[in-house]
Design a protein around this ligand. Structure first.
Ligand code: ADP
Ligand code: MG
Length: 630
């Protein structure tokens, strides 16, 4: 039998390597911009068309390449940056494996123009799928200008794997944000066809403020530490500006973006007890370490990095973050040994507004099971917004037989299943009939409303209950022809990051239908109208949360139909808005607030589950209590 093993042709090997290095248009931008930075450029311009599918162009004013270097650059393992394996461990530059350009040219049409500083003539090189088509002298500017066209033209599987333009564009913008953060000293711009972002040279703080416009800059406090092992510098957000969704969290080591779950924990642990529930701090932290003490080569796209002295750096980082929280935070003095700290910033002015629920005087949500099922009455109910002072009368006629629901077998008549302590609670039927009224309510642990009805003791998650209520109110908006909107007396400025701006464009119609009026452009917007449900809540935080969560979600939009995407977006936006507005865990509630939550919750057709399917309340019946007290 003949020999069957052959060496792969370079073009094939390059295509395979490309799979590792180049996953999407954003990866091309990363590699090209890093090369420009390595070439000493201080002005880098990026042009994108069709989310990078048809064109990615990077123009720099760096060192440029000679004719021969330009040609060599596209050969496999060709690099000017390392000479031997030990160089791998002492790298200060970005790229280091000589793989990027050959990978890119294997899967696209590439056109390069480059001129070395001081040379009279530059060179122009055309390469199609690894094949050099031509090289000619060219009168180009000093520096390098690379055009990458028709990405993945010869790898249909890859092309198919690309997400929608919106998603790829948002990946590109996030890559741009990372690159811009690493290089605040460089002038950078990106033009995506629809919009342009231009960034001036400046400090790290200025770059962050320029990227995310406006308020973020003033929410940051510096973090600094310097020891022989590591220099740490950067910023964290004050705890009160922590976000619910998509917090901006960045680590950089020696000028390279990295992921580091362990250090992430170190930072977030410092915020323990300082954050409102479900919020996460932003951080932008740079590490400078001796390059020989890290291994950058453990991940093909080079963003997971191994530190030799991880434990030590952990404690230095942790001390630095705690130090600046103590020094700069709005909280006057922080006892880091304390287990818990107040989670809600203390409101100094004004009295707490009660959630208002309005019910027509003649409407009794519990009148009878049949009419409760009927939709028109529900709508009637939700269209209004206030609990009458005499809300108790709603429950009249339901108090005669307080134990009627409990059966002799210890289960409960309407419910069948009850919560067993120490055992996973069984699924609740979605449409839980309310057999009688909840009685007096108390709050437990500032998180739960405890009440009783004929089924037993109700333990209601206050946050989930309120999310459910708000979601049901807001979702009604999509049935209206004219959205209800409250004009703001003073428009609120809204600064958006490029990625948030993409999310805004994607959800404009939905937000309008919900009653939000937002106008502006280029990252600077203002809110002029809000849904009545916002009451006196600050709309800026809510909208930013919503946009951040849309960005998170959009990553999953694969091959769905436009209608399916729209329906999903609609639910996602509404749910995220309800979550942002809802009463949080940790908020003390007064009696009236608890009552109005219960009244509205139990008037809904399916109070048992949140829109995302989580349990709103549990029931502990007499049998369960008896088992607890045998
Ligand atoms: P690496 O960056 O790992 O060396 P690349 O394939 O990205 O590998 O680049 C190969 C070589 O091409 C680089 O080492 C550099 O010498 C040259 N090069 C690439 N881009 C530029 C640029 N924009 N300006 C000057 N030289 C460049
Ligand atoms: Mg490179």
């Amino acid at each position: 039998m003949g020999d069957i093993i052959q060496l792969l042709p370079d073009s094939v090997a390059n295509q395979i390597a490309a799979g590792e290095v180049i996953q999407r248009p954003a990866s091309v931008i990363k590699e090209l911009v890093e090369n420009s930075v390595d070439a000493g450029a201080d002005d880098i311009r990026i042009y994108i068309r069709d989310a990078g599918r048809t064109l990615i162009q990077v123009i720099d004013n760096g060192s440029g390449m000679t004719d021969t270097d330009a040609r060599m650059a596209f050969e496999r393992h060709a690099t000017s940056k390392i000479r031997n394996a030990s160089d791998l461990f002492s790298l200060h530059t970005m790229g280091f494996r000589g793989e990027a350009l050959p990978s890119i040219c294997a899967i696209s049409h590439v056109e390069v123009r480059s001129r070395k500083a001081g040379s009279t003539m530059g060179t122009k090189l055309i390469i199609n799928g690894s094949r050099v088509e031509s090289q000619t002298p060219d009168l180009c500017d000093e520096g390098t200008n690379i055009m990458v066209k028709d990405l993945f033209f010869n790898v249909p599987a890859r092309r198919k794997f690309l997400k929608s333009d919106k998603v790829e564009l948002s990946n590109i913008m996030r890559e741009f944000e990372r690159l811009a953060l690493v290089n605040p000293g460089l002038k950078m711009s990106i033009d995506t066809g629809g919009k342009t972002v231009e960034l001036r040279k400046g400090s790290f703080h200025q770059r962050i403020s320029d990227l995310w416009k406006g308020s973020l800059g003033s929410q940051l406090i510096p973090v600094e530490a310097e020891t022989p092992e590591v220099k740490i510098s950067g910023f964290i957000t004050r705890p009160e500006f922590a976000r619910r969704h998509n917090p901006l969290q960045y680590f950089f080591v020696n000028g390279r973006n990295m992921r580091h779950p362990y250090f992430h924990k170190a930072v977030t642990n410092c915020f323990n007890g300082l954050l409102a529930p479900d919020t996460m701090p932003c951080y932008f932290i740079k590490f400078d370490v001796n390059p020989s003490k890290i291994d950058v080569n453990i991940h093909p796209t080079k963003n997971e990095i191994k530190f030799e002295e991880e434990m030590l750096i952990w404690s230095i980082l942790s001390a630095a973050v705690k130090g600046s929280l103590g020094k700069y935070s709005a909280v006057p003095s922080i006892d880091f040994t304390a287990e818990t700290l107040p989670v809600e910033p203390v409101k100094t002015t004004g009295t707490q507004e009660l959630p208002r629920i309005e019910i027509p005087a003649d409407y009794n949500p519990f009148a009878d099971a049949v009419s409760r099922q009927s939709r028109p009455q529900q709508d009637n109910y939700r269209a209004t917004n206030r609990v009458p002072r005499n809300w108790e009368t709603l429950y009249e006629g339901f108090l005669e037989n307080p134990t009627s629901g409990v059966q002799s077998d210890g289960s409960n008549g309407n419910f069948g299943t009850v919560f067993e302590p120490g055992q996973k609670a069984p699924e609740l039927p979605i449409d839980t009939p309310l057999s009688s009224t909840p009685g007096i309510s108390i709050q437990y642990a500032n998180k739960y409303i405890i009440s009783c009805d004929s089924r037993g003791m109700l333990i209601i998650d206050q946050h989930r209950a309120h999310v459910k209520i708000l979601f049901e109110r807001l979702i009604q908006c999509f049935e209206r022809t004219n959205p209800l909107s409250q004009q703001l007396l003073f428009p609120e400025p809204l600064h958006l990051s490029p990625a948030q701006e993409d999310a805004l464009n994607e959800t404009k119609d939905i937000l309008r239908q919900l009653g939000l009026k937002i106008s502006g452009k280029d990252g600077e917007y203002e809110i002029t109208g809000v849904p009545p449900e916002f009451e006196d809540k600050s709309p800026v935080g809510i909208i930013q949360n919503v946009l951040d969560s849309v960005m998170e979600d959009s990553v999953n939009y694969g091959n769905e139909t436009p209608e399916a995407i729209r329906a999903r977006l609609q639910t996602a936006v509404t749910l995220s808005m309800a979550r942002s507005m809802a009463i949080r865990k940790g908020r003390k509630l007064n009696e009236e607030e608890m009552e109005s939550i219960l009244a509205e919750l139990f008037s809904l057709p399916d109070p048992a589950l949140t829109p995302s399917g989580r349990r709103v309340f549990a029931i502990m019946d007499e049998g369960a209590i008896r088992r607890l007290l045998p």
